[in-house]
Design a protein around this ligand. Sequence first.
Ligand SMILES: [Zn+2]
Ligand SMILES: [Zn+2]
Length: 346
Amino acid sequence: MLAVRKTSPVHGVSLDDIPEPDSPASGEVIVAVVAVGICGSDVHVYEWTSGYEFMRSRLPVVLGHEFSGKIAAVGDDVVGLRVGDSVVVMPGISCMRCVTCARGTPHLCPNKETLGLTRDGAFASHVRVPASGCIPIPAETDLSLAALTEPLCVGDNACDVGQVTAGDTVVVLGPGTIGQAIVRAARWRGASRVIAVGMNDAARLEVAQAMGATHCIDLADGISLQQGIHRITGGKPADVVIEATGHASSITEGLQILRKGGILAAAGIHAQRASFDLTEMIRNKQQIRGAHGSRRQNWERIIDRIVHEPESVRPMISMELKINDAEQGFRQCLARSVSKVILRPD
Ligand SMILES: [Zn+2]
Ligand SMILES: [Zn+2]
């Protein structure tokens, strides 16, 4: 099968012909991948920016963790999944044996593996996964939209971490696909103002608007973030700021537009260290929290939305490509000219 792999710790990926996965072990299944999205983290891995050194010892690895598909084979001791079922798959694999998992917080498991980063993922026609990570979805679900489940869950989790509630003014820094997912999740929670902010990012801000942003600010228009927010809110600071840019300056600037006692949830992957006025943050009783990945509860919530409100998330998809054209997809993502690029391995 053709697979998009990271084979060595340098810039780029390779399209390789590799054997299909062996038959599933006990507790595992093989998923025939129908649709798989290129994630911002895949782009980081492609560029080999800092923050992904943990992958070094795992190479070569098939990338791809945002996917939907159909069960192609079922190992022993698997209940509730049958060949032909449509599924989405949680990419984080917790050990379920450590103290953290036993405490009921498997998303914090220190032994966590991730499909498409530390073990073979879904940029291929077939992928072997633990049955426990598979969530069946209704057969009629659009599987391209279902491939958006993971990034939408990351956005939903970021809103959990930021404690977004009805009536809030939420500022989302970064209009990439995670920013777009945060916008949608904030609207689902009843935030009354959701302001998406980008820098020279007209195409992706347009998608953020289609995903529910009530206002958009492009900082390339020559205004500062503070000025832009002031114009929209009449001087009222944000209740919650969620950062999905990966630029250190967005933490500094995000704190400046956040109300006293407000939460800044940082969801970007940062190549640089951030610097900000700690005393001011303390006096303002603000909190900075890290938001990463998602939890099972996000998956249940988001699958329900995709099934019942498919059109509310469709604007995220910019293009669908054959897996042979993965390189083209990565280049489009690098140019920030697109939102979600979906690869179809069939
Ligand atoms: Zn992702
Ligand atoms: Zn564990």
